[in-house]
Design a protein around this ligand. Structure first.
Ligand code: ZN
Length: 423
């Protein structure tokens, strides 16, 4: 086992950890707390993304009331010796797992429209929660019967620090979007509600900011101008790519000396799109990261965004039921080549289909958020409809989820789900 370079205590508040505290903003001035040489592997432990706000119980109000200004709690920054702007930081994810002795569950939330929202928030405006048991990389939930599978374990959030210049660019362009939306809500035609709730972007806020080990003026600057960790950007960040799983090799642009790498928001599994917002199986855990450098790599590879080679350690599903969606809204409004609308339609059909087997709509939504579904952009040239597909792996269910099985049972399904523990 590699040396533990960042340790967490899940029973203590995120800003009162026994060692270094996590950080929750992106800013070039956040000081590294770990230094590694190229070629070195470090074990980094991570709090869950909310820092312990959601616990192993049946109370969905914890999801409704999560303080989103605090998120996400990240471990690091890690300084990689010799890293210079223009290099690529090559990161290999050698191992990822839960903190078995200290944290043995995962959680999935549907976020309320007033606090976070989600892909289908206008269909699911209220908060709900499911707790998962973590058995190594296998998962099951007392709140979602007859589902048991090997999860696609990965970090939701992983990246390098921005330069001051890049940070200013982020803040400027995101504020422009917020202003534009306030002037003309219709301008963001695929925002789920057309209003500013949930908001269209998360500008910097001092509220809840953790500047790592920085103090004084530097801590103030980090709090007032540090980029929120919500979206993915040129440095990686909250990309929520399920395929960054075991064995993956990822190349991140380096924008500051030392690269200042951070990681967190570990997921025991997730479907493409992380559609319920807190849509993965969220957990605290550890990750073993090997750090290497490609000097001058941004120019050499011609990239200014991360690229990666996925690992092969599975799960590797082969049989699917696939749902198609086109860029026409539920109300019959034609959109031009809009994959967001198309994927929504595929997801809504998949939810309706799963209810035929006895699941509630909330359970079905959380299944699609957590099971490693494959979301694809299938067609993007056939005017006026983009075509998105959502492939649901059959092997995750402990019954036959195929259309044949449903037909045999007269469309009534065969899953005896009697209680609804989510409400
Ligand atoms: Zn997450």
């Amino acid at each position: 086992m590699p040396e533990v370079h960042f340790e967490v205590d899940v029973e203590r508040p995120p800003d009162d950890q026994p060692g270094d505290n996590p950080f929750n903003r992106w800013h070039p001035e956040i000081e590294p707390v770990i230094s590694v040489e190229p070629g070195e592997t470090a074990r980094l432990e991570c709090l869950d993304w909310t820092g312990g706000q959601i616990r192993d119980n049946d109370d969905a109000n914890e999801v409704r009331d999560v303080d989103l200004n605090q998120v996400h709690y990240l471990s690091g920054p890690v300084e990689v010796e010799g890293a210079q702007p223009g290099d690529l930081l090559k990161v290999t994810l050698l191992d990822i797992g839960p903190l078995n002795d200290r944290w043995e569950y995962g959680f999935t939330g549907i976020f309320s429209q007033q606090n976070g929202g989600g892909f289908l928030t206008d269909h699911f405006p209220d908060a709900a929660k499911a707790i998962w048991d973590l058995d190594g990389t296998y998962v099951s939930s007392r709140h979602i019967p007859d589902v048991y599978y090997e999860g696609k374990i990965h970090p939701g959030l992983i990246g390098t620090a921005p330069s001051q210049e890049l940070l200013e660019e982020w803040n400027e362009r995101e504020q422009e979007l917020i202003d534009k939306h306030e002037e003309d809500p219709e301008s963001i035609h695929n925002h789920p509600t057309g209003e500013s709730e949930p908001p269209v972007a998360s500008p910097p806020t001092e509220d809840g900011a953790l500047p790592g080990e920085a103090t004084g003026d530097s801590a103030d600057r980090i709090a007032t101008e540090g980029a929120r960790t919500v979206p993915p950007r040129e440095h990686g960040g909250n990309c929520d790519i399920k395929d960054l799983s075991l064995g993956s090799k990822i190349y991140f642009p380096v924008f500051v000396e030392g690269a200042k790498f951070g990681i967190g928001d570990l997921h025991a599994s997730q479907g493409d799109g992380e559609i319920t917002f807190c849509g993965a199986i969220e957990m605290a855990g550890y990750v073993d990261v090997k750090f290497e450098l490609v000097k001058g790599g941004m120019n050499k590879f011609g990239v200014d965004h991360p690229i990666f080679e996925p690992g092969h350690r599975g799960p590797n599903f082969s049989d699917y039921v696939v749902f198609e969606g086109y860029s026409v809204t539920e109300d019959g409004e034609q959109h031009y080549m809009d994959p967001h609308v198309a994927y929504r339609r595929a997801a809504l059909d998949a939810i309706d289909y799963l209810t035929k087997f006895g699941y509630t709509r909330e359970q079905a939504y959380m299944i699609l958020g957590t099971v490693p579904i494959e979301g694809r952009q299938s067609g993007i040239v056939d005017i006026p409809n983009a075509c998105s597909t959502l492939a649901l792996p059959k092997a995750v269910f402990e019954f036959d989820v195929s259309p044949d099985a449903l037909e045999e049972h007269g469309g009534q399904g065969q899953v005896p789900i009697t209680d609804d523990p989510l409400s």
